[in-house]
Design a protein around this ligand. Sequence first.
Ligand code: PLP
Length: 225
Amino acid sequence: MSKARKEIEASLAKVQGRLEAALEEAGRPAGSCRIVAVTKRQPAARIEAALEIGMRRFGENVVQEAESRWPALRERFDDIELHFIGRLQSNKVKNAVALFDVIETLDRAKLARRIAREMKRTGRKPRLFIQVNTGGEPQKGGISGEGLPELLSLCREELGLEIEGLMCLPPADEDPAPHFAALRELAGKHDVFSLSMGMSGDYETAAKMGAAFVRIGTAIFGPRP
Ligand SMILES: *Cc1c(COP(=O)(O)O)cnc(C)c1O
């Protein structure tokens, strides 16, 4: 077995163990929070190793980078579920709808309209999450909590888009818990049932607070080169 594979197998087992322990501590059912393995900027050997040990759900944050590797891997491995977790530019919507199974970063009306149009045109139906900028950071994507109701009603009523969940990426230098709580509260208020929150440093907290998906890169694959 390759060194990369052995290392990734061990890290994944560790993350899964901690995740399940967090779920149990919070009284949540086993397996109720799933891992999106974030492969952005990771070498191909590590990604192949993860596929070989059975990982099937992956996240990428740049459309072009994802296009350069995933179509070929999909020919070799079945049942890959690919999540887009980066900033989505309107001119990349066509590519994103063609490639991804889940788009987690819908955050503005123009994008919603483009996605809806592209879904209608191609018949492809990626699952959709709205990203909320819980920290109000200008350099980050995501709609404000105040802007969420309007975007949701545009998606649901005018465009006929089903919104599966909400996603957030809290400020790196803050306690993430209040941000996770804010996201959970918004979801409850607006009848959205799934939360994507938590990364390598805070996935246990996120799992305890109701995450359906945690997005984990370095804790599985090691530092990005
Ligand atoms: C890179 C990234 C992650 C994973 O970060 P790690 O700290 O490596 O686990 C999660 N979510 C988003 C949106 C990212 O861009």
